[in-house]
Write a protein that binds this ligand. Structure first.
Ligand SMILES: *[C@@H]1O[C@H](CO)[C@@H](O)[C@H](O)[C@H]1NC(C)=O
Ligand SMILES: *[C@@H]1O[C@H](CO)[C@@H](O)[C@H](O)[C@H]1NC(C)=O
Ligand SMILES: *[C@@H]1O[C@H](CO)[C@@H](O)[C@H](O)[C@H]1NC(C)=O
Ligand SMILES: *[C@@H]1O[C@H](CO)[C@@H](O)[C@H](O)[C@H]1NC(C)=O
Length: 273
C-alpha cells in the first residue's frame, strides 16, 4: 500500500500538472487568437489577390483547374459535409472516401467519411442540406428539397444569399425540424456549428447561387472556381467568426410568435423584407 504521504505527493503533482496544462492551453489559445488578429489586420492593409490566382500554384484548383469530378461509386463513403464530399468527388481526398489519414498523427489513424456522422458529434439536426438523421440514416445523401429551398431563398443581387437570408432560412429550418422530429435536439454548440456552415457559404462561396448549386446538389466544384476570399492571408478566424455571429444572432426562431417568427409558415422561406 502507498503511504498517505506519497498519495498527497501524487495529488499535489497532479494539481500542478493540471494547472500548468490549463496555463499552457490558455496561452496557446491567446497566442493563436493574437496571431489571427495580426493576419486580419495584415489582410485589411494589403492588396487583394487577383480573383483567378487565389489557390497557390501547384495546389489542386490552382488557376481554377480542379482534378476531374466523379460522383461517388457504389461502396464509396460520404458524409454530412458537402465540402469533404466534394474534395473526395474531385480526388483531392481518396475518391472512395475511405481510410483517410490524419497526417499529424503520422498516418496512424485512418477514417471513412461516414465515420464523422455519429449523431450529435459533428452531425446534428436542422441541417440546411440534409434531412434529420432520424428520417435519413445515410447523412452522405444531400436533400434536393432542402437545398432548393436554400438556393431559392436569396435576396441579394442575382438572388445570391446574404447573412440575413441564412438567418431567416436557418430559423425556419430549426422550427420545422423541431415540429417534425420527435427526437429533435440542437445544443448551443451545434447551433454555432450550423451558423459556421452558413458562414462558409457566405465567405468562401460569397453566397453565390451559381456556384452553390453544383456544390450543394452534386458536391461538385464548378469549373474555374476559386475561393471568394482573395485576401493574401486568406480567411481569418476573426472574419469567419464575425459572419458566424451575424447569422446566429439574426435567427429569430426562439422569439415569441407575437413577433412574427414563432410559427412555421411557408412564406418565411420566401423573399420578403
Ligand atoms: C489504410 O491505410 C493504411 C496506411 O495509410 C494502410 O496500412 C491500411 O492497409 C489501409 N486500410 C485499408 C482498409 O485500405
Ligand atoms: C511524427 O513523425 C515526425 C517525423 O516524421 C516525428 O518528428 C514526430 O515525432 C512524429 N510524431 C509522433 C506523434 O509520432
Ligand atoms: C453543418 O455541417 C454539419 C457537418 O457536415 C452537418 O451535420 C450539419 O447539419 C450542418 N448544419 C447546418 C445547419 O446545415
Ligand atoms: C471564434 O469563435 C470561437 C467559438 O465559436 C471562439 O472560440 C474563438 O475565440 C473566436 N475567435 C475569434 C477570433 O473571435
Amino acid at each position: 500500500m502507498p503511504s498517505s504521504d506519497s498519495l498527497a505527493a501524487v495529488a499535489v503533482l497532479r494539481l500542478a500538472v493540471g494547472l500548468l496544462s490549463t496555463l499552457v492551453n490558455g496561452a496557446t489559445t491567446t497566442g493563436v487568437l493574437l496571431w489571427d488578429l495580426g493576419l486580419f489586420i495584415y489582410n485589411l492593409l494589403s492588396k487583394n489577390l487577383p480573383a483567378n490566382r487565389v489557390v497557390p500554384e501547384g495546389q489542386p484548383g490552382a488557376g481554377g483547374l480542379w482534378p476531374q469530378y466523379q460522383p461517388p461509386q457504389e461502396g464509396s463513403s460520404r458524409c454530412s459535409c458537402p465540402a469533404l464530399n466534394a474534395l473526395a468527388n474531385h480526388g483531392v481526398l481518396p475518391r472512395d472516401g475511405r481510410n483517410i489519414s490524419f497526417q499529424q498523427l503520422n498516418q496512424t489513424v485512418s477514417f471513412d467519411l461516414s465515420d464523422i456522422d455519429v449523431h450529435n458529434g459533428i452531425e446534428h439536426d436542422a441541417s440546411l442540406t440534409r434531412e434529420d438523421s432520424i428520417f435519413q440514416k445515410d447523412q452522405g445523401k444531400p436533400s434536393p428539397k432542402l437545398i432548393e429551398r436554400l438556393l431559392t431563398g436569396g435576396t441579394g443581387p442575382n438572388g445570391d444569399l446574404t447573412p440575413a437570408d441564412l438567418s431567416r432560412i436557418s430559423g425556419y429550418r430549426r422550427t420545422e425540424a423541431k415540429q417534425q422530429n420527435p427526437q429533435f435536439s440542437l445544443s448551443f454548440n451545434h447551433k454555432m456549428f450550423g451558423s459556421s456552415n452558413s458562414s462558409t457559404l457566405l465567405t468562401i462561396f460569397g453566397g453565390r447561387i451559381d456556384d452553390l448549386r453544383p456544390f450543394l446538389l452534386e458536391e461538385r466544384i464548378p469549373d474555374g472556381w476559386q475561393s471568394r476570399i482573395t485576401h493574401p492571408m486568406g480567411l481569418t478566424i476573426a472574419e469567419f467568426n464575425s459572419t458566424v455571429f451575424k447569422v446566429e444572432l439574426g435567427i429569430k426562431e426562439e422569439l415569441p410568435a407575437s413577433l412574427g417568427f414563432g410559427g412555421v409558415h411557408e412564406d418565411q422561406t420566401k423573399k420578403h423584407a
